[in-house]
Design a protein around this ligand. Structure first.
Ligand code: GDP
Length: 353
């Protein structure tokens, strides 16, 4: 499933946030493996449409889409040279689809700051420098091989050219993702598995009374305000108590829910649904994905043997009271392998085994 690595300097609240993520309170109770890896936490992507569908279908269970968060400890100055947990840490980030960087905004003088002051912009710079340096090293090590290959096979020349451009770009302290590249160049760069090619979102770990503040953008992006301590407390509460506590803070939902949705948006993802008596379920698929790819999210057999997808848009499904009503109204479509899945589609896949 979709995975997001949590990084940040020491003492900024990563563990606190992660503990909140992995506690049960409102979190992915349906996920059977949630407790296997202590460094992995599964979070539901809240979607009010699921309940609307469930009201129509009355299924045995409702299964939301999930995002997986991975606690990646050990990012300190010098990590790219193997300081701290160094290489292990970098390898762990490499395996994630995106990065969530926790930045300290809370003041609490009792919590020591590694650099002696609370300075979000400087902290974000420190992290970016480590990631950029790590990538710089990666490209540097890859270049000799790419040169050799490009000599042997002219078709590989573009790959070498991209690597050279990236080398210079990273050398000047920039993120790989910010380099102007054609789609082909991007694909070539992908093979280098660079950390700074990954989408990144920033969490402003702030004090309760800062939650409504607008923070200055970090690297052009508004950070998501979350109070990790509040989240940790919320995760310990029963749903009713949690709702009261949220209301007392003037919040509509836990910051973790906001975070999960932001991650979804950042990664260009959307949901489609399956709805039957056994379960109503949200599945995650790329925006722009075609029907067979969506089928493959459920099972690889569905993709391999894909014939067609019986598709009802979410609005039609709800307005017409479900599948039978939609069918009667002529709103159930037979879509083929070139159909581009739309957010909220309710789908049934037909396939050969
Ligand atoms: P990590 O090193 O980034 O994993 O940081 P921790 O989660 O271990 O937090 C470091 C310290 O900061 C702990 O003593 C936490 O209790 C405290 N802390 C974390 N989040 C907050 C917060 O939102 N507000 C305050 N005041 N303290 C926090």
């Amino acid at each position: 499933s979709l995975s997001i690595g949590i990084v940040g300097l020491p003492n900024v609240g990563k563990s606190t946030l992660f503990t909140a993520l992995t506690k049960k309170g409102g979190l992915a109770a349906n996920y059977p493996f949630a407790t296997i890896d202590p460094n992995v936490g599964i979070v539901d992507v809240p979607d009010p449409r699921l309940q609307k569908l469930a009201d129509i279908v009355n299924p045995a269970r409702v299964v939301p889409a999930t995002v997986e968060f991975v606690d990646i400890a050990g990012l300190v100055k010098g990590a790219n040279e193997g300081e701290g947990l160094g290489n292990q840490f970098l390898a762990n980030i490499r395996n994630c689809d995106a990065i969530c960087e926790v930045v300290r905004y809370f003041a609490d003088p009792d919590v020591v700051h590694v650099d002696g002051r609370v300075d979000p912009a400087a902290d974000a710079d420190t992290i970016q420098t480590e990631l950029v340096l790590a990538d710089y090293g990666t490209v540097e090590r890859a270049l000799p091989k790419l040169e050799k290959e490009a000599k042997r096979d002219k078709d590989l020349k573009p790959r070498l050219e991209v690597a050279k451009r990236l080398y210079e770009w990273l050398g000047a302290g920039n993120r790989a993702a910010d380099l102007d590249m054609t789609d082909d160049e991007r694909a070539a760069a992908h093979d280098l598995f660079l950390l700074t090619m990954k989408p990144i979102l920033y969490v402003a770990n702030c004090d309760e009374d800062q939650l409504a503040d607008d923070f200055a953008p970090i690297a052009g992006q508004a950070p998501i305000p979350i109070c990790a301590e509040v989240e940790a407390e919320l995760s310990e509460l029963e749903p009713e108590e949690a709702a009261e506590y949220l209301a007392s803070l003037g919040l509509e939902e836990p910051g973790l829910a906001v975070l999960a949705r932001a991650a979804y948006r950042l990664l260009g993802l959307q949901s489609f649904f399956t709805a039957g008596p056994k379960e109503v379920r949200a599945w995650t698929v790329r925006i722009g994905a075609k029907a067979p790819e969506a089928a493959g999210v459920i099972h690889s057999d569905f993709e391999r043997g894909f014939i067609k997808a019986e598709t009802i848009s979410y609005d039609d499904y709800v307005t017409l009271g479900g599948e039978a009503g939609a069918r009667e109204a002529g709103r159930l479509r037979m879509e083929g392998k070139d159909y581009v899945v739309q957010d909220g589609d309710v789908m049934v896949f037909r396939f050969n085994v």
